[in-house]
Design a protein around this ligand. Structure first.
Ligand code: FAD
Ligand code: FES
Length: 282
C-alpha cells in the first residue's frame, strides 16, 4: 500500500474498537479501519507480515498484523505497553486516528506449507501473527489446502492469554488440535500447567510432512528449538519470526541487519535453515 512517491508517508486509520486482552491491562487489541477506500484496497497482506503504526507527535513502531486477511474491512493489532509509542497507543479510544505504513516484510511461507501438517507454537504478544495464520488456515476456502493443524499456545498465567473468546471457539472445533498451557495456574484453571517447550515434549508431534512455526519470547524459542530438533524437524521446516529493533521498516536505514540480510525487508519470517546461514546476531 505504500505510496511510490514517499514510502515514509503513513495512511490514516480510525480506531473502531479497543479490547483489553490481559488482566494486567498491558496488552490491548486495536481494530482499525481505513479512512480512504483506496488505502484499504491497496493494503494486501498475508499472515506473518507487519506494519508500522504511528501516533502523531510520538513516532512509530512495528507491529505484527493480528487479523487474518480473510477478515475484510478492518486490521487488528495487539499491542503490549512497553515505552513511549505503545503507551500513546494504549491511550487511544474509539474514533481516534493513527497512521499506518505497510504491509511490510515477509509472510509465513504459505505456498511451501500447502499440503503439509502445521504445528503452530506460540507465546506472549508474538502470538499475534500466529493468530492471523490460524484464522487464515481455518477459513473455509483455505482449510483444504493444509493438513492437520496443531496449536500449542502458552502464557504466564490464565489472565495473560490473548483472544480468550476466540480460543474457546477453537477448542470446540474438530479440525484443529489445540493445546493451551500456563506457567502458573490460578484457582479456576483446569488445563495444562507448564512451559511451552515441556508441552511440546509431552505432545510429541510427528515431524513427518510437518512445518513447525514458532513465535514467542526469546526464552520460549531458545528452549523449544532443541525439542523440535529431538523430534527430527529439519531446519528447513522450522519457521521463526524475529523481532529486531527497526526504524524505517523498508530496508533503507540499515538499523535491523543481520549480516547481509535486513530483518524488516528479507524477514521478519525466516526458516531456521536460513538463520543458521547468517551470523548469530539475533
Ligand atoms: C516485526 C516486529 C513485530 C512486532 N510485533 C509486535 C506486536 O504484535 N505487538 C507488540 O506489542 N509489539 C510488537 N513488536 C515490538 C514493538 O515494535 C515494540 O514493543 C515497540 O517498538 C516499542 O515501542 P515504544 O516506543 O513503546 O518503546 P520504546 O520507548 O522504544 O522502548 C521501551 C523499551 O523497550 C525496548 N524495545 C523497544 N522495541 C523493542 C524490540 N523490538 N525488541 C526488544 N526490545 C525493544 C527498548 O530498548 C526500551 O528498553 C514487534 C516488533 C517487530 C520488529
Ligand atoms: S529497519 Fe531500516 S533497514 Fe530495516
Amino acid at each position: 500500500m505504500m505510496t511510490a512517491e514517499n514510502p515514509y508517508l503513513p495512511s490514516p486509520m480510525r480506531v473502531e474498537k479497543v479490547t483489553v486482552e490481559t488482566e494486567d491491562r498491558s496488552i490491548k487489541t486495536f481494530d482499525l479501519s481505513f479512512i480512504r477506500k483506496e488505502d484499504e484496497q491497496a493494503f494486501r497482506y498475508l499472515p506473518g507480515q507487519f506494519a508500522q503504526l504511528s501516533v502523531f507527535g510520538k513516532g512509530e513502531a512495528p507491529f505484527g498484523i493480528a487479523s487474518s486477511p480473510t477478515t475484510s474491512g478492518l486490521l487488528q493489532f495487539s499491542v503490549s505497553r512497553i515505552g513511549l509509542l505503545t503507551r500513546a497507543l494504549h491511550q487511544m479510544e474509539q474514533g481516534d486516528l493513527v497512521g499506518i505504513r505497510g504491509p511490510l516484510g515477509s509472510s509465513f511461507p504459505l505456498q511451501d506449507m500447502e499440503g503439509k501438517d502445521l504445528l503452530v507454537i506460540g507465546g506472549g504478544f508474538a502470538f499475534t501473527t500466529l493468530r492471523s495464520l490460524i484464522n487464515y488456515v481455518l477459513e473455509k476456502d483455505n482449510r483444504g489446502r493444509f493438513g492437520k493443524l496443531t496449536v500449542v499456545y502458552g502464557a504466564r498465567t490464565p489472565g495473560m492469554l490473548l483472544y480468550k473468546d476466540e480460543l474457546e471457539g477453537w477448542r470446540q472445533r474438530n479440525d484443529l488440535e489445540f493445546h493451551v498451557t500456563v506457567d502458573a495456574a490460578d484457582d479456576g484453571w483446569k488445563g495444562r500447567v507448564g512451559v511451552v517447550p515441556t508441552a511440546v515434549t509431552d505432545i510429541a508431534p510427528t515431524a513427518d510432512n510437518t512445518y513447525a512455526i514458532v513465535c514467542g519470547p526469546p526464552a520460549m524459542t531458545r528452549y523449544t528449538l532443541p525439542v523440535l530438533e529431538k523430534l527430527h524437524f529439519p531446519p528447513e521446516r522450522v519457521v521463526l519470526s524475529l523481532e529486531m529493533k527497526m526504524k524505517c521498516g523498508i530496508g533503507m536505514c540499515g538499523r535491523c541487519n543481520i549480516g547481509s540480510r535486513y530483518v524488516c525487508r528479507d524477514g521478519p519470517v525466516f526458516t531456521l535453515a536460513e538463520l543458521r546461514r547468517l551470523p548469530p546476531e539475533y
